[in-house]
Design a binder for this molecule. Sequence first.
Ligand SMILES: Cc1cc2nc3c(=O)[nH]c(=O)nc-3n(C[C@H](O)[C@H](O)[C@H](O)COP(=O)(O)OP(=O)(O)OC[C@H]3O[C@@H](n4cnc5c(N)ncnc54)[C@H](O)[C@@H]3O)c2cc1C
Length: 461
Amino acid sequence: MNRVIKKTVSNICALKVPRKSFCSTEGVKVAGCSIPEVSNDHEKKQAISKVIPQYDIAIVGGGMVGMALSCFLASNPMTKQLSVAIIDSNPALGSSLHIKKEDPPDPRVSTVTPASISFLQDAGAWKYVEQNRHAYFNTMQVWDYTGLGYARYHARDVNKDFLGCVAENKVLHNALLSCVKDSDFKTTIYPLRLSSMTLNTSSMSMAEENPTSKEPPSAQGHGAELQLSDGSSIYAKLVVGADGGKSHVRELAGIKTTGWNYSQNAIICTVEHTYENECAWQRFLPTGPIALLPMGDKFSNIVWTMSPTESNNRKSITEEEFLKDVNYALDYGHGPHPTSSLSGTRDVFSWFKTDATLSTNEFFEIPPKVTRLASERMVFPLSLRHANSYALKRVVLIGDAAHTVHPLAGQGVNLGFGDAFSLSRIIAEGIALGTDIGEVCYVMCVCIGVCVHWSVCSWVL
Ligand SMILES: Cc1cc2nc3c(=O)[nH]c(=O)nc-3n(C[C@H](O)[C@H](O)[C@H](O)COP(=O)(O)OP(=O)(O)OC[C@H]3O[C@@H](n4cnc5c(N)ncnc54)[C@H](O)[C@@H]3O)c2cc1C
């Protein structure tokens, strides 16, 4: 399978397909495909529709969420027979990275929740994450600059071994890619961008029998037609928009969003300490929260929210000045250390019966001092955006394409993994019921009557 995907990618990369040229359904045969000899327009149309590759599912966007969907489909006995195209020009999809534990750490990391870990374990992807740098953490401390109080949580409070795990995005992505490559799943990767899309909103069987359909002839009977950035096309029964916050699939499908830009940026980077950090720290400052997340070895990741002007300044100041600012923000800057987790609040929260064994009674701790910058600094503008609908006939949105959230709670990709897992279950149920997979997701959302999170759709099934 590994070889098949590699060959497919190199074949497709090598192929200069002019607009309206056509390829075989079998990705591996792409380089050798040709347009059959035809005598008239009608036959030509038929021949054309025969040679345009057809897939059950086209996943637009092979980021962490798109690749997680492929993994879940590959590991489910009901869906592992499906043919899937992944469209993304990100070079990381072309070949497995050879990540070494001793490689310098990346600035981009994700905190992965126990629920996401469990999905990824079941799909067979988590073992690849564990082969690289990652850090489980069992303690979290949250406090604010006023010094009035703090909260410490421990995994044992909820009878768990850990609260989460921090892994570099490249490690997570590579693990998902390796998981798909090591399966027998029929995946064809198109290292291209989606340019446009024509949806056939009739059900597949009806369209095939309906010559008077108003759908463009190219889309009839083939589900959606996707035009790619090299001018070629593919057909798919279901198009999954996993193409991030600025989703082109969402735009082409005419799905509107509700949301706003925060007037805040996050500056992120990886830093080093003199000893290993094993706790996730978050301090709320007047300008926004700063988080110090353990990454394994002596590394931690900083996610620091501030105004766009401050973030641009902090990106360009010297390493020495930046480290000083970080230590100030994480320790004594802006206000004193809190002395008690509940001081002054016991009466207010008297209704809340605390368990004496809970870690709320643990002492406040000072986070480890940052001694070195171990990666570049990156700045991200922050926004909240929610698609007004997650599904139309033949189109669904998952991950950031469906919802983009503030990184404060580290939930973005976890929501996306939840979407991907739930969608894979809905597709499996659709197959079991013999329905058109291009419609099952839409039908689910219509049945529930509102636009709800994917997991709700899968619970209903
Ligand atoms: C500073 C910061 C910290 C964060 N920390 C956390 C955290 O700790 N935990 C957490 O859960 N989440 C976190 N997040 C959120 C998380 O990074 C995102 O939710 C996640 O990356 C979304 O993944 P995705 O696959 O949906 O989208 P993306 O990662 O944006 O991937 C989209 C893919 O689609 C491709 N694409 C785009 N357009 C097209 C097109 N037209 N044709 C083909 N392909 C296309 C792109 O090349 C890309 O590969 C954080 C976010 C930020 C900004």
